[in-house]
Design a protein around this ligand. Structure first.
Ligand code: FES
Ligand SMILES: [Fe+2]
Length: 428
């Protein structure tokens, strides 16, 4: 969309000549709109669900909520990764109540029907009274999520059978997901399980926050002070970089900054042994992907939002987040740090420290951000003010959701909201 003329919808108010781009606060507060959004936007989008390393072996499974649905993700007896609605096709009971495990089959606790981990109904408890070919059409198998696709080990699901292929949906974000996977020649794995926390705010606020370069100094002053003292004499924390729209509402910021990463930015505070390990890791990466891509993978801090509710951060560590909307003003955040399989213990320690000290639920960033999101939500719920503003850096002729702008500007949010408006304004 090229912004030349004034535009107004239920959700956006844009005046390119005045360089204004505004968002209706109803998108964070209106319960009816939230229901429409679930139906027309969330249930038709590709949603990040899990990483393949969470079901590493045959018969492994996890159960997990996505939007308001719980799915069982299995690596079945044949090694196929599948996701099923966690509800019994008989009379509806939730079948699996464990979050993680290993099983060849699942037995419904209510009347005892048993299903293979590939979904087929295996046995009905006390099966008399049913026709022999009762399940000939497969109607009583576990119901599979309409679409599941995997990009570089990252599993996405979509509840819309007619949705476009994942790679089309991801657009320019897809290659950045590939770059995450290329951190390692041996694959990535989730480190230490899943983190989960509740925020009394609309889920979209966490998306906006995740690639918001503008708030860094004001909200995270204490972290910047900490890093400055740690990095004294080595580098400076001034964040310079770009915000980028990446098609279909996805966007990121990318910062070339020396703040230390296990792949592959050494800091003197880590000592000489670690320096050797980091040099080796960097050499291996460049050998594998070449110097240019190696730089993009190992030196550029990247926070990326996959529209509409997933975040992929690539900083001191790799951190994936998925926002589960509970109601119009509540969300649960699920977060997973990832690292290379068989990483040297010294590098793994640095990775975990990097993951927890900033983006972890008790780190420098997250509690401050949570506070800001809840303050925003409270602000909206006071009522009386109709519009939010994301005009910073906006000028006539800007194209969203592609384009590029300075880090501290708000192009990323305009990319998100342009896509949101496109989908929601098309509902009859
Ligand atoms: S509800 Fe599952 S067997 Fe009856
Ligand atoms: Fe933040």
């Amino acid at each position: 969309m090229k912004w030349s003329e004034p535009y107004e919808s239920k959700y956006l108010r844009v005046d390119p000549q005045k360089r204004r781009f505004q968002i209706s606060r109803k998108v964070y507060t209106d319960p009816q709109l939230f229901e429409l959004e679930k139906k027309h936007l969330l249930r038709k989008s590709w949603l990040y669900f899990a990483h393949v390393s969470e079901v590493p072996k045959l018969n492994d499974f996890i159960t997990r909520q996505v939007i308001d649905v719980t799915l069982i993700l299995t690596r079945d007896r044949a090694g196929e990764i599948r996701a099923f609605f966690n509800t019994c096709p008989h009379r509806g009971a939730v079948i699996c109540r464990e979050p993680v495990g290993s099983r060849k089959s699942f037995t419904c606790p209510y009347h005892g029907w048993t299903f293979k981990n590939s979904g087929e109904l295996q046995t009905q408890n006390a099966a008399f009274g049913y026709e022999e070919d009762f399940n000939a059409d497969g109607n009583y198998n576990l119901h599979e999520v309409p679409r599941l696709e995997i990009r570089s080990g990252f599993i996405f699901v979509n509840f819309d059978a007619g949705a476009m292929p994942l790679s089309d949906y991801l657009g320019a974000a897809g290659d950045r997901i590939d770059m995450l996977a290329q951190h390692s020649g041996t694959g990535l794995e989730v480190i230490g399980g899943m983190q989960e926390y509740y925020i009394k705010a609309n889920y979209k606020l966490m998306c906006e926050n995740s690639y918001d370069g503008y708030h860094l100094e004001a909200t995270h002053g204490s972290y910047i002070d900490y890093q400055m003292s740690r990095l004294a004499g080595v580098t400076q924390m001034k964040a310079t970089g770009f915000g980028r729209g990446l098609d279909n509402g996805h966007a990121c910021f990318e910062i070339d900054i020396m703040a230390g990463r296990p792949l592959a930015q050494w800091l003197p505070v880590w000592g000489e042994t670690v320096r050797e390990l980091i040099d080796e890791a960097k050499a291996e990466l460049i050998e594998r992907v070449g110097p240019e891509r190696g730089h993009l993978i190992s030196q550029v801090h990247r926070n990326m939002v996959i529209f509409p509710n997933s975040v992929m951060n690539d900083q001191q560590s790799i951190f994936i987040r998925s926002m589960i909307p509970i109601s119009v003003n509540e969300m649960v955040v699920r977060a997973w740090p990832l690292g290379p399989v068989n990483e040297a213990p010294e590098l793994r320690r640095i990775r975990i420290e990097g993951a927890l000290s900033f983006l972890g639920p008790g780190g420098f960033a997250t509690p401050d951000d949570v506070e800001m999101l809840e303050l925003c939500q409270r602000g909206y719920e006071m009522g009386g003010i109709e519009w939010n503003d994301v005009s910073k850096g906006f000028s006539p002729g800007e194209e969203t959701p592609s384009g590029e702008d300075k880090l501290m500007n708000e192009l990323q949010m305009r990319a998100y909201w342009t896509q949101y408006d496109k989908i929601m304004s098309a509902i009859a």
